[in-house]
Design a protein around this ligand. Structure first.
Ligand code: ZN
Ligand code: ZN
Length: 151
């Protein structure tokens, strides 16, 4: 058995930006917050967070553009538009799970976060929180559906 930590590498759509992570993520889940939904143009964001030292942009760093919002500092490839990562705070870096999924990375989600902002109810048995993991838990929805955001 190898004691080397797993390494996963992913790239953007055009292939000019490459990201490598070493070891398993500290946290993997689905974020339902409004800013993730808007930025990804998706009902939910599959995220995985690593200590920043475990994440390396191995190619094309100069092509990364970024946008800061209240919780996030999102980076994408300015050539093809692919979302790549989110330098949340100094010590944590989120790499969007879909960037890595072709390299053998398995997204073993253990939480849904910011469910108080959700439009996609998922009936999947994974713990759901109003905010970050460990915040107020939310009830499992009775069915999977997309609905209007609570106002
Ligand atoms: Zn690209
Ligand atoms: Zn979010």
């Amino acid at each position: 058995m190898s004691l080397e930590p797993a390494v996963y590498e992913g790239s953007c759509l055009c292939g000019q930006v490459k990201v490598r992570v070493t070891g398993p993520p500290t946290r993997a889940g689905f974020c339902h917050c409004q800013t993730c939904r808007a930025w990804h143009a998706a009902p939910v964001n599959a995220f995985a967070a690593w200590p920043s030292k475990a994440v390396e942009v191995t190619q094309g760093e100069e092509l990364l553009a970024n946008y800061k919002s209240r919780r996030s500092n999102r980076h994408w490839c300015r050539e093809c538009g692919s979302g790549m990562l989110n330098r949340v705070r100094g010590e944590w870096t989120v790499v969007y799970a879909m960037v890595l999924v072709d390299s053998g990375y398995v997204h073993q989600a253990d939480c849904h976060i910011h469910c108080d902002e959700a439009v996609l109810d998922l009936h999947d048995g994974i713990p759901k929180f109003t905010g970050w993991p460990g915040s107020e838990p939310m009830e499992e929805p009775p069915q999977t559906r997309i609905r209007p955001a609570a106002s």
